[in-house]
Design a protein around this ligand. Structure first.
Ligand code: NAD
Length: 336
């Protein structure tokens, strides 16, 4: 059986890291028919937008996409392709695992957590206005519906992966109405998941505990802005941008991508670290109900990183992007 999946190489280092991810996926023996779509800074002249309709249409049709990073041009009039993509496809959940990896230098050796971020509302609803000159209001919208959906997603994720605890991160001591609602909803949803512990933690205290005792967290769920900041913190706990995968999940579509951007400073040199996108591809395979292929990719990445022989410059080695991908693919093949 094969699947058709949208592939958006993106720009900057995007084409290099997506090619690497394809090589590794092919090594699993699971066949994907790639529906390759253009998007990014290079196509603005051709389509008048960095996110052309054919790319969106393709994701709507296939339901799943693997995406390289896309540059957001600086200046007014350019909204982020990534934000637009999440809005257009209603990708309400951002899923960011953070797990310590052998061979990747980090401050801890025992982190294994998942941050789940609400992706559609909060302060990122885009509702800002000038009340009078010099006074701006930004509206932070929290709804019952979106809160229920994201908390349920967190508990379902915990159940699916045999996790023991969901921590609801909030600021309900100050934001009594908005975060009060988020917390109330979480308590209600938790009643449907008796085997999973519900923990409530204030966001600032969460930041400190993450830095001091990250191993004490399991699954964390929070609204948009808190999730944006906390998920970067957790990526930093396990080695940073080059190795941080993510998924954006909606009711009908899912888009898998690395956390990092298009890295224009190293684009075209063949030296980018494709680990983050390769691990995002593993998340995608799990979503496509190919858990064995996904696990093989993760294990192969761990093997190559812990051997430390064929690793990219950002991790202290001198392998090219394609040499590293070939090394991971070879281990994947040996695991079958
Ligand atoms: P960036 O993540 O592109 O780069 C930050 C630093 O990390 C750079 O020094 C870069 O060389 C390095 N780096 C990033 N990924 C790497 C990798 N895989 N291997 C080795 N080194 C890596 O962040 P930025 O410079 O702030 O953003 C560049 C552009 O990317 C901006 O236009 C931004 O809007 C866009 N962006 C896109 C996405 C996305 O498409 N999802 C996400 C973040 C940023």
């Amino acid at each position: 059986m094969s699947y058709t999946v949208t592939l958006i190489p993106g720009d900057g280092i995007g084409p290099e890291v997506t090619a690497a991810a394809r090589t590794v996926i092919e090594a699993t023996g699971f066949t994907i028919d790639w529906d390759v779509q253009e998007a990014g800074g290079d196509v603005i002249e051709k389509y008048g937008t960095a996110l052309p309709e054919p790319a969106l249409e393709s994701i709507r049709r296939n339901g799943v996409a693997l995406k390289g990073p896309i540059t957001t041009p600086v200046g007014k009039g350019f909204s982020s392709v990534n934000v637009k993509l999440r809005k257009e496809l209603k990708l309400y959940a951002n899923y960011r695992p953070a797990k310590t990896m052998p061979g990747v230098k980090s401050r801890y050796d025992n982190v294994d957590l998942i941050v789940i971020r609400e992706n559609t509302e909060g302060l990122y609803s885009g509702l800002e206005h000038e009340v009078i000159p010099g006074v701006i209001e930004s509206l932070r919208v929290i709804t019952y519906e979106a809160s229920e959906r994201i908390v349920r997603f967190a508990f379902e994720t915990a159940r699916q992966y045999g996790r023991k605890k969901v921590t609801v991160v909030h600021k309900a001591n100050i934001l009594k109405l908005s975060d009060g609602l988020f917390l109330d909803v979480a308590r209600l949803v938790a009643k449907d998941y008796h085997e999973i512990e519900l923990e409530e933690y204030i966001v600032d205290a969460t930041a400190m505990r993450l830095v001091m005792r990250p191993e004490s967290f399991d699954v964390l769920v929070m609204e948009n802005l808190f999730g944006d900041i906390i998920s970067d913190l957790t990526s930093g706990l396990v080695g940073g941008l080059g190795v941080a995968p993510s998924a954006n999940i909606g009711t009908h579509c899912a888009v898998f991508e690395a956390v990092h951007g298009s890295a224009p400073d190293i684009a075209g040199q063949g030296i980018a670290n494709p680990t983050a996108l390769i691990l995002s591809a593993a998340l995608m395979l799990r979503h496509l109900r190919q858990p064995e292929a996904a696990a093989n990719i993760e294990q192969a990445v761990h093997t190559v990183l812990s051997q430390g022989k064929t690793i990219t410059g950002d991790l202290g080695g001198n392998a090219t992007t394609s040499e590293y991908a070939a090394a991971v693919a070879a281990v994947v093949e040996s695991l079958q």
